[in-house]
Design a protein around this ligand. Sequence first.
Ligand code: ZN
Length: 655
Amino acid sequence: MENLWNDTEAGKHQGYLAERVYTSRLLGANPDLVLHGGGNTSVKGVWKNIFGEDEETLYVKGSGSDLATIELKDFVPVRLEDMLKLSRLERLPDTEMARELRLATLDPAAPAPSVEAILHALIPHRFVDHTHADAIVTITNTAAGEARIREIYGDEVIVLPYVMPGFDLARLCAEAFPAQATPRTIGMVLMNHGIFSFGDSAKQSYDRMIELVGRAGDYLNRNAQIAPATNIEASADWVALAALRKKVSAAAGFPMLLRTCASGAALAFARHPEAASISQRGPATPDHVIRTKRVPMFGREVDAYARAYVQYFERNSKPARQPLTMLDPAPRVIVDTEFGLVTAGRSARETRIAEDIYSHTMDIILRGEALGGYQALGEADLFNMEYWDLEQAKLKKAGAPKAFAGEVALVTGAASGIGKACVQSFLNRGAAVVAVDISADVESLYGMREDYLGIIADLTSPEAIRGMLEQTLRHFGGLDMLVLNAGVFPGGKKIDALSDEEWHRVMAVNLDSNLTLLRETHPLLKAAPKYGRVVVIGSKNVPAPGPGAAAYSASKAALTQLARVAALEWGADAIRINLVHPNAVFDTGIWTPEVLAQRAAHYGMTVDEYKRNNVLREEVTSKDVAELTAEMCGELFAKITGAQIPIDGGNDRVI
Ligand code: ZN
């Protein structure tokens, strides 16, 4: 295991708190140690109170932060003495513990301290590091796990059996630490959970973590060789993903995104002769159960999976002290021989986190098998983690999801103008957005946002459309909303000067490509969990054409007619298609300040008068059109199809 300590970098972090931040990030930078908010770290120091007195203080990672990106403000100062006093209580239920941790916090603006705060306080070393390292959870999730850990480390680590994180674990540590610790002890292994290291300096504690986990890794390399992943090519029917997504969403009771990973490793795992059995043995460490559910679904029998989940809930919730609210019974991880690894979530971020976690889990399971048999915690322990009081409290606190959470919108012509504004309006409403444009700008429009996929495509090519839809399916699992916006507006030309080439080019982009798009997306829209919605960006030229725009006006009029027929044909599939007819939207690429000034002068107006040259004297912006477009995909328009809405500030020829 690589030690990432760098003297030059470390030198930039002066003082124990800055050092604490530095090595916490080093841990977070290694996904074999820490994944997505897993693990925690602390340092013991002092806090100067308002009276100028030094208080003995534990600075511990606050909940909700990630070690990879942790900052000073993410460490919560708590009174060390209070932590030690709490550890001497006979019992302390989780919700009361959370309250007491809050009360012991010295800064009211700080986040909630980690539930492992008391445990950190009890360890009699200044720096404490905790990870759920893959190598450790692999070994501790096998039948002879404890014996192997003792064989690897001797008295250099204390070994604790599995106990839920929180007060009971702290109590266990309070007893075990003095009983097992020797002058050689530098760490502590928690069975089926992870590892602690500690030391007098940030470097010592970090070095020990790397050293200890490295030894477990070497042990696995000697005793649990697995074949490297082969280069299996996926040849899946990606359209079938949309049907799977519909079933998963139905089981959940709300729309979910699906993300696929058809890597060689994922496909090899899914096609492993024992995959149906080894995938059902539970997560590697209990904090994964929240993100991946207790076990993945193997294959595509969503109803059977959901039924089994309800039974699991009923079996385990009966002895509970208070009634528990059942989580939705939909799978979060699906192991499929054709798709590879599929993850489900309410947002693109959730699907990616589940994918990262299960990618590590597959490796852990295979190595555990090679080591004599992967054996996760029992059902009851996992259930207690999944239905932990503190997790249920978190769920209650979470607000209502956004209007389009778990849904996918595809916008064409998305790199500029109305299309670009539509992307923003759909992202704001919680949708994952596929933005398509012929311009390369579309790829980087929203940086590395996980809920945004920019695709460069020439929509006059049916192959390009099919390729783009495959990417959409592989990223997000389906398509719910389609905005047909891409179009060209050639310079004004009277019919007597209009060439066949120009006519055909305008028709190819504004009309023909939209027929292909509608035809190819129909099966996806039909499989959308809340049924598909299409919004076509038409033009004022449809009801009120002007001279010099024959090709454009004819193409938009034909597109309007195409959309009206689609509304008739697809009503039975509950797919809604509506149109907007914008006019005089000037905040787009074609309207440079020079062109605007020229046109305004042509009509003898100022630029402002020209922009507001409509019945309401209001300027219409791209954002106005985009917001209307997004709303037309929402609940307000649930019973409307085939409608044409002008958005033009009122036009006397249209009214
Ligand atoms: Zn932990």
